[in-house]
Design a protein around this ligand. Structure first.
Ligand SMILES: *[C@@H]1O[C@H](CO)[C@@H](O)[C@H](O)[C@H]1NC(C)=O
Ligand SMILES: *[C@@H]1O[C@H](CO)[C@@H](O)[C@H](O)[C@H]1NC(C)=O
Ligand SMILES: *[C@@H]1O[C@H](CO)[C@@H](O)[C@H](O)[C@H]1NC(C)=O
Ligand SMILES: *[C@@H]1O[C@H](CO)[C@@H](O)[C@H](O)[C@H]1NC(C)=O
Ligand SMILES: *[C@@H]1O[C@H](CO)[C@@H](O)[C@H](O)[C@H]1NC(C)=O
Length: 952
């Protein structure tokens, strides 16, 4: 017996040893495998900027638990891989999805690409999977939606390029608490089975292309706190039983096609803090029950078809900070009780049919920072209390019928940035204090009945960029300074200002537009204005100005519009005025000018009404300007007439900016050669005589070097080239894998080289091909490409280029000859979208094809988005298609690249943006015959300009 105990003990010991051994063996075997999987993943990473994976070394498998980003469980199995935000890039290796014991896998925020392939039984311990913010492609990994993953709790695949449908089996993942598939390119319906996820708390499917209805059984997902289905194409009604989701904190269904009423049951969701339903097609009134939601912080129902009155019950929403009800069909008064919402910061009710007075204590007990009630039928006075919070930044009340004076309470509101009170019936004087506000950059009080003098005070508005006092009854002299050197637009037109123009223009070097027309100003032409080299538009018409036009006017590099009509100017028109290339619109009618009209472009196209009422001569042969011929003029021969007609054409063409003037067809030059070198035989085509004599294949090959890169596109790189023999410069464009781009690429390009010879398009002078290598040679232009210029433009500048400074567009051509390149030359390949569809098919270049390019450029200018951008971000493969879709279906905010917007408030530009986009869409019509002609384009742009944009 006593002997047996040790035996048993030793047996037990042996057994334990054996067990330990087996365990050890087993786990080191597992370790070895995980070691290899991790190394295999590492080898698929081609860029690891922070050397995060440097500890992953090919030395010993038993160190993996100490590698960065790896955590192991008690049995030394890898259970967490955490590589979030390490900026690693590469094609993801499927080895990453073959671990047996990993519970948490986080590869988010990297630049991983490729398809994600899962293979059960691997990863079946997974609880947390985050692949968000990479560039994964292909369908959602199908096997993920199967029973082995039934325990998965978090699934985040957002912001990738996953495509295809959401699998019907998604309901199997019934343990999920967090699901985010947003920001992909998923299509089809939301599977009904999704409602099987009864534990889910956060559901995001936003920013895909989902269609169909919201599953009605959504009420089964009782733990939902957040629903975000915005930016899809969902239709139908909001399910009534959404009222069962009692935990809901945030409901976001924006930017879909939802119709019908907002369900009454929403009032049961007492935990709701955020309701975002904007940009749908919802109808009916706001359900009263919404006003039971005492926790509501933000309510945005804007851009729907909602109607009825805004209830006094709004007072119940004591936590409300943001109320957006704009662009609906609301009627009645703004409820008085709104004045007692202590946290209310943003109140935007514009573009409705609200009537009555603005509650006179608005702002007194609120915390207003933004108030926009514009475009309603509001009457009465502007309340004195709006800025009580001392936080008010934007005050936008235009296009109502407000009366009385600008209240004192506003004049001490130092936080104001933007004040737009135009088109009301305000009266009284301009309060002195308002001219001392330090932060205002836009002040528009035009179209009111304000009166009195404005020059007695020392203006001190250091931030002011736009000042519009037009269409009031102001009197006295103009101020000579505004205490700002940032002014870009000044409009004092249609008032009763008198005296000399003594504005100190040398302090206003940013000035783009000056309108002093329709006043009683006298004295001479304000010569100091020639210091403002950015001036595009100068209107001094309908005053009593006299004297001559200074010859210095020729020094204005971008002046496009000059209106001096209905004054008492005299003398001859300076010849130099005719040489201002940017000038497209001149009106000198009804003055005392004599002598002959300058014989340059701006004056060729001039019509009779712009020169009438003077003693001028210089009639053109067809009599369009109505002037008699000058006595000393030679009779024009028919060749001159032809040239003139061409010029008239050019002017129209130039007006519309990108529109190009097609030269008379001359027989084009073409030489084809075959050249042998060590690469094999090169097919060479030249379209230019000099190039054919100078440029050798060696010159081309020696320019294709890292240090000579000019720009890069998606599948091309352009380099600076120079001939070894005679220093001739050129631009080489290396096309990467031309074959994969388009089979007919070479032939199309040959056609392009043969046909397109154009003053504004950088010429294609040669083509070289050998096997897969293709080089295109363009003439050298020392300009900038459109994209280079566009890149650095603020949105404000863009809209000006597109709308105000019609002349700025031609400037792009005139001063930057390289610009033509971006249409067809440098970017031509990357952005073939600039080229009209009929032109891509090799048909003739007509004006209508150029109108197409212009349309694209308008879209680009307006939105700040390039065709490449559209592809990557908006996931539409054609900028026109995108614009068309957006025009009907998008919220304005989404048209414009947020990067260039820099937080700018769009509402002011809304109509102009819409009008211009509409024009751009007409210009880019598929059928060339339905596109407007250049003349019509200019007309539309003019109305946009004249009506609104100038001082928005
Ligand atoms: C995805 O790829 C595009 C180009 O294909 C690139 O511009 C973008 O930055 C990538 N995104 C991420 C998150 O890596
Ligand atoms: C719902 O989830 C359960 C597991 O909880 C599963 O057995 C069932 O098949 C799922 N139903 C659907 C429709 O996916
Ligand atoms: C929601 O509230 C309404 C009253 O507004 C009530 O009749 C209804 O039963 C409630 N629904 C749910 C699901 O609680
Ligand atoms: C607004 O209401 C008017 C009638 O009052 C109607 O004609 C119009 O279509 C409505 N607009 C919208 C967008 O619902
Ligand atoms: C008022 O608004 C400002 C931001 O504009 C915020 O910082 C402040 O907390 C708000 N005050 C109250 C009482 O809501």
């Amino acid at each position: 017996m006593a002997k047996e105990i040790p035996t048993m003990f030793s047996k037990l010991l042996m057994f334990i040893c054996l067990f330990m051994f087996m365990l050890n063996f087993h786990s080191s075997h597992g370790e070895q495998q995980e070691f290899e999987l991790l190394l295999s993943f590492k080898s698929s990473i081609h860029y690891d900027p922070h050397n995060f994976l440097s500890s992953w070394m090919n030395t010993s498998s038993n160190t993996i638990c100490k590698w960065q980003g790896i955590t192991c469980d008690n049995w030394s199995h890898v259970n967490t891989v955490s590589l979030s935000g390490k900026n690693i890039s590469g094609e993801v290796s499927s080895s990453m999805f073959q671990f047996a014991h990993v519970t948490n896998l986080d590869l988010s925020n990297n630049q991983l690409v490729g398809e994600v392939v899962f293979n059960a039984p691997f990863l079946s311990s997974l609880l947390y999977l985050n692949l968000s913010n990479n560039n994964f492609t292909g369908p959602l990994p199908q096997s993920l939606f199967s029973s082995p993953f039934i325990n998965l709790e978090t699934l985040d695949l957002s912001n990738n390029m996953f495509s295809g449908k959401i699998p019907d089996q998604i309901g199997l993942l019934s343990s999920l608490t967090y699901l985010d598939l947003g920001g992909n390119v998923l299509v089809g319906k939301i599977p009904n089975s999704i409602t099987n996820m009864t534990s889910i708390e956060s559901l995001t499917l936003a920013s895909n292309q989902l269609v169909g209805e919201i599953p009605t059984e959504i009420s089964l997902m009782k733990r939902l706190k957040l629903i975000y289905l915005g930016y899809n194409n969902l239709s139908g009604e909001i399910p009534n039983n959404i009222g069962n989701l009692l935990s809901l904190n945030q409901l976001d269904l924006v930017y879909n096609n939802l119709s019908g009423p907002i369900p009454e049951s929403i009032g049961n969701l007492t935990n709701l803090r955020y309701i975002f339903l904007y940009l749908n097609k919802l109808t009916g009134p706001i359900p009263e029950s919404i006003f039971q939601l005492k926790n509501l912080v933000s309510l945005d129902l804007s851009d729907n078809y909602l109607s009825g009155e805004i209830s006094n019950l709004v007072v119940n929403l004591q936590k409300l900070e943001i109320l957006h009800l704009f662009s609906n069909n609301f009627t009645g008064q703004i409820p008085n009780t709104i004045t007692s919402l202590p946290h209310l910061q943003v109140l935007q009710l514009w573009s409705n049919k609200l009537t009555g007075e603005i509650p006179q204590t608005l702002g007194m007990h609120n915390n207003l920072t933004i108030l926009d009630l514009s475009s309603n039928n509001l009457t009465g006075k502007i309340p004195n209390s709006l800025c009580t919070s001392q936080n008010l930044q934007k005050l936008i009340l235009f296009s109502n019928s407000l009366r009385g004076e600008i209240p004192n309470g506003l004049t001490s509101c130092k936080t104001l940035l933007r004040v737009r009170l135009q088109n009301n019936e305000l009266s009284g004087k301009l309060p002195t204090e308002i001219t001392q506000l330090p932060q205002i950059y836009l002040l528009d009080i035009s179209g009111n009945k304000l009166s009195g003098r404005i020059n007695g005070i020392k203006w001190k508005m250091p931030s002011l960029q736009m000042l519009n006092l037009a269409n009031n009854n102001f009197t006295g002299e103009l101020p000579n300074s505004f205490g700002s050197n940032k002014l870009e637009g000044l409009d004092f037109s249609h008032n009763h200002f008198s005296g000399f123009i003594q504005i100190r223009f040398r302090k206003l070097l940013e000035l783009v537009q000056l309108k002093l027309n329709n006043n009683n100003l006298s004295g001479k032409f304000p010569e100091e204005i020639f210091k403002c080299k950015n001036l595009v538009s100068l209107d001094l018409s309908h005053n009593q100005l006299s004297g001559e036009i200074p010859a210095k006017v020729a020094e204005m590099p971008v002046l496009g519009l000059l209106d001096l009509s209905e004054n008492q100017f005299s003398g001859e028109i300076p010849k130099s005025l005719g040489s201002v290339e940017s000038l497209v619109d001149v009106n000198i009618s009804y003055n005392n000018f004599h002598g002959s009209l300058p014989s340059t472009e701006a004056f060729f196209a001039i019509n009779a009404s712009s020169v009438a009422g003077n003693k001028l001569c210089g009639g053109d042969s067809d009599g369009t300007n109505g002037l008699p011929p000058c006595k000393s003029d030679n009779q024009m021969n028919s060749a001159t007439v032809l040239v003139l007609v061409c010029f008239v054409l050019t002017v129209f063409v130039t007006l519309s900016g990108a529109v190009l003037f097609v030269r008379r067809r001359t027989k084009s030059f073409e030489v084809r050669k075959v050249v042998e070198n060590e690469d094999g035989s090169w097919e060479v085509i030249f379209f230019d005589h000099k190039a054919s004599k100078s440029i050798k294949i060696e010159d081309v090959l020696s320019s294709v070097k890292e240090g000579k890169v000019i720009t890069k596109g998606r599948n091309w790189v352009s380099y600076e080239g120079k001939c070894i023999s005679n220093d001739m410069q050129f631009v080489v464009k290396e096309i990467n894998d031309a074959n994969s781009v388009s089979v007919s690429f070479w032939d199309e390009t040959v056609t392009f080289g043969q046909k397109v010879k154009h003053a504004n398009i950088v010429k294609l002078i040669g083509m070289f091909r050998c096997g897969k290598k293709v080089y295109l040679v363009n003439e050298f232009e020392d300009g900038k490409s459109l994209s280079e210029i566009m890149h650095n433009l603020s949105w404000q500048r863009r809209i000006k280029i597109a709308l105000v400074n019609r002349k700025d567009v031609p400037r792009l051509q005139l001063n930057l000859p390289g610009i033509g390149i971006s249409f067809i030359g440098i970017n031509g390949f990357g952005s073939s979208s600039y080229i009209a569809p009929e032109k891509r098919k090799g048909k003739e270049v007509t004006e209508k094809s150029e109108i197409y390019s212009f349309g694209i450029m308008l879209i680009e200018l307006l939105t700040g988005r390039t065709p490449e951008d559209i592809e990557a971000v908006q996931k539409k493969n054609n900028i026109v298609e995108w614009a068309r879709y957006c025009y009907t279906d998008c919220h304005l905010d989404t048209w414009i690249d947020p990067v260039i917007m820099k937080g700018e408030d769009l509402s002011a530009y809304q109509n102009d943006i819409v009008d211009t986009m509409n024009l751009a869409l007409h210009c880019t019509a598929g059928d060339p015959t339905t596109r407007p002609c250049a003349r019509d384009v200019v007309k539309v742009l003019e109305t946009v300009q004249c009506n609104r944009i100038t001082f928005c």
